[in-house]
Write a protein that binds this ligand. Structure first.
Ligand SMILES: C[S@@+](CC[C@H](N)C(=O)[O-])C[C@H]1O[C@@H](n2cnc3c(N)ncnc32)[C@H](O)[C@@H]1O
Length: 243
């Protein structure tokens, strides 16, 4: 379904029907998915220009439509997803990129498994970029994604980067306290406040411009009219481990 939202061809008729129905109910769903992917691409280019040539993309979905290994062709990329259907298709898709991209089926809430799988392909003693793009808001606080991300931060070598997008709401932006007490959104996800999202970076400083609306993070084109209705619901940032 996500591949179809991004304009790809790796999807089934049932996926297309579901998304067409979703788009009628929630018109911003498809533009949001595309804004999210456009941010991922800008962030991967930025981090690659900073000299990082190893990427660990967690909750990657299908590695299509301008995924990290397509945007940073000099880099090595490990994609991680827990979905067995994604695993089957991703493994087949990545056969075209031997030596450059690999897939590990693992739950990111088990960071030990993730790191063990990644270590078969990446050198974890050198800087990596960990991508947590449009995934953390699917994980409630009761699953303790904060702990899993802390383990990844701890293991990453100095110079590593952490790339995050996370859903929030206008209410969260206006009233951080109310957001804290409210927690979960009605669509089965966890919209967190900017402060809660910032906490996933731990003590890693954020690269300019900090934690901002995804379309405002180092944009490479002027905002389009349709963009104005989107950004309040998706925050984005890139942190760097300095020591
Ligand atoms: C909305 S997609 C995000 C795709 C991609 N990161 C992006 O931003 O374009 C979320 C993906 O996270 C995966 N996922 C959800 N929970 C996960 C978990 N606990 N561990 C690993 N993958 C997970 C889902 O299977 C799905 O493919």
């Amino acid at each position: 379904m996500y591949d179809y939202m991004l304009g790809g061809k790796d999807n089934f008729a049932v996926d297309r029907q579901a998304i067409d129905q979703l788009a009628e109910l929630i018109p911003e769903a498809v533009p949001l998915a595309r804004a999210n992917r456009a941010f991922l691409q800008r962030a991967v280019r930025y981090v690659a220009r900073a000299g990082v040539d190893q990427f660990l993309d967690l909750g990657s979905g299908l590695p299509t439509q301008g995924s990290a290994h397509e945007v940073a062709p000099e880099a090595k990329v490990v994609y991680v997803d827990h979905d067995p259907v994604v695993a089957a298709h991703a493994t087949a898709l990545l056969r075209h990129s031997p030596g450059r991209a690999a897939f590990v089926q693992a739950d990111l809430l088990d960071p030990g498994d993730v790191l063990a799988g990644a270590a078969e392909f990446l050198d974890l003693d050198r800087p990596i970029a960990v991508l947590l793009v449009s995934i953390l808001h699917f994980l409630p606080d009761s699953a303790d994604p904060q702990r899993a991300v802390a383990v990844l931060r701890e293991r990453a070598a100095p110079g590593s980067h952490l790339v995050i997008t996370h859903a929030t709401t206008m209410a969260n932006l206006e009233d951080e306290e109310r957001a804290r007490s409210r927690g979960s959104s009605g669509r089965g996800g966890t919209d967190r406040s900017p402060g809660q999202i910032r906490a996933f970076f731990g003590d890693w400083p954020l690269e300019p411009p900090g934690l901002v609306q995804a379309t405002d993070w180092r944009p490479d084109r002027p905002k389009l009219v349709g963009d104005w209705s989107l950004p309040s619901s998706l925050m984005a940032g890139v942190g760097k481990k300095v020591r």
